[in-house]
Design a protein around this ligand. Structure first.
Ligand code: ZN
Length: 448
């Protein structure tokens, strides 16, 4: 292990001084350290100013929003926190349909990155993020690491799911060197199963990381494996559950086996991290300097649709974006002293795990990532009805044909270790849950 003290005292500050991106990340992280303890009024003021800048910019540079403001008769300069709701909700399908028109025509193209999500809500979605937005997102991650007690160079393991993330963290000599120096290790969670859990448990016991960060469903499967097989609890200093709903029953098992300090995080690929628990674990603090969260259409328990406005991505405005999850705010103030609003509960965005006869576990997040490589697929669904069989339901763009489905099936077969048969159906309707919400991956097998 590379000595964390050398990273924290020497390498990290040098990187922050001489690398332009890291210098900017450090600067913004410093500002965020101050504003997280600002009064709620001061935080709302930050949001007001950024919202005004976002709307003015969108109305001037994005053909889609220019048209939207003209048609709605709203003055972008007069959009405030209490009038934001006058703007229509931005649906995922709208982003899909108007992607090119939403783009800021005046933003330098060399400062924009295209991104796409298979997403836990299923349909592949293409969008853009400014480099500034990515830098701000990295500064937000610095804040979250601070909340977990993490310091640069502390051993950090990611049990991760998104193939692009795993690749960018492990491919190339540069990534490998930085990973080594910062004591970071990324494990491909698509191979998760008893063998991987057994191996990693042994490694964690002999060389425990400070932080284990993982997809919620994989973290829970890992914790369940440790519990059922009677393995020694790891008691790591910290763990983060990400990219899925963390249920109370899952939290209990993870805390008993992996870490007492379990932090829940909420975010998505389009926006980065949106909310994160502090050490008091009394809800998820919204990163208000970057996002405005609205809860609309609440039920009798106060749980409603989550809308997100990204205040920093001026290249591709996401204003009142329906993210596809439901949640509710907490009315209590956190004892940590931060005034950042608290999300109490988040519902949705959980994907089932596909299992194979040998016990391999394949996180549901894998399948939407496969679908997104096929632009002609607008929606896909994987349904497991038997341990050795899955059904693939696909909806294609109007008039499109899927000439060669073999590469897609090969990828799925490889992921499933060639242990399941696959039936493809183009005509069937998609299965929805009792609340009518579509889920891309559904397992009818009972949890083992
Ligand atoms: Zn707090």
């Amino acid at each position: 292990m590379f000595p964390p003290l050398i990273i924290g005292r020497l390498l990290h500050p040098i990187r922050g001084r001489f690398n332009r991106w890291h210098r900017e990340i450090s600067r913004i992280a410093g500002e965020l350290r101050k504003s997280e303890f600002a009064s709620l009024d001061a935080l709302y003021n930050i949001q007001r100013q950024k919202l005004c800048r976002l709307c003015e910019n969108a109305a001037k540079t994005s053909p889609y929003f220019k048209n939207l403001f003209v048609q709605s008769g709203l003055d972008p300069q007069k959009i405030d926190l209490d009038t934001l709701a006058n703007l229509p909700v931005l649906e995922r399908a709208t982003v899909h349909r108007h992607c090119k028109d939403m783009l800021n025509r005046e933003y330098p193209v060399n400062k924009i990155t295209q991104n796409a999500t298979g997403g836990s809500s299923g349909a592949p979605l293409r969008f853009y993020r400014s480099h500034h937005d990515l830098i701000f997102a990295a500064a937000i991650r610095v804040r979250e690491m601070n909340w977990c007690g993490m310091k640069p160079g502390y051993p950090h393991v990611k049990l991760w799911g998104a193939p692009t993330d795993v690749q960018s963290a492990t491919a190339g000599i540069k990534a490998k060197i930085w990973g080594y120096l910062y004591n970071q290790k990324t494990i491909n969670a698509f191979d998760a199963g008893p063998a991987l859990f057994e191996r990693e448990h042994g490694l964690f016991l002999s060389n425990p990381p400070f932080l284990l960060e993982s997809y919620s469903n994989i973290l829970y499967e890992f914790a369940s494996y440790l519990k059922k097989s009677g393995k020694a609890p790891l008691n790591l200093p910290a763990a983060i559950s990400s990219a899925g709903v963390l249920y109370d029953f899952q939290r209990t098992v993870i805390q008993d086996t992996v870490s007492r300090n379990l932090y829940n995080r909420y975010g998505c690929r389009e926006m980065g991290n949106i909310a994160h628990e502090c050490a008091n674990h009394s809800g998820l603090h919204v990163h208000m300097e970057r996002h405005i969260i609205e809860i609309i259409n609440p039920d009798e328990d106060g749980v409603g649709d989550i809308l997100v406005t990204d205040l920093e991505n001026l290249a591709f405005p996401f204003i009142r974006y329906r993210i596809g999850d439901r949640g509710k705010f907490s009315i209590q103030k956190c004892a940590c002293g931060r005034n950042l609003l608290l999300l109490k509960e988040i519902v949705g965005r959980t994907l089932d795990i596909i299992r194979t006869p040998s016990g391999r576990l394949i996180p549901g997040e894998l399948f939407p990532h496969f679908f997104k490589d096929y632009p002609q697929i607008t929606l896909g669904q994987v349904i497991q009805d038997r341990i050795d069989h899955i059904e693939l339901r696909l909806r294609l763009q109007e008039g499109a044909v899927l000439d060669d489905i073999e590469p897609l099936l090969r990828k799925i077969n490889e992921a499933c270790n060639n242990e399941v048969t696959i039936t493809v159906n183009m005509e069937e309707d998609f299965v929805v849950n009792p609340t009518g919400k579509y889920r891309p991956v559904i397992s009818h097998l009972e949890s083992q």
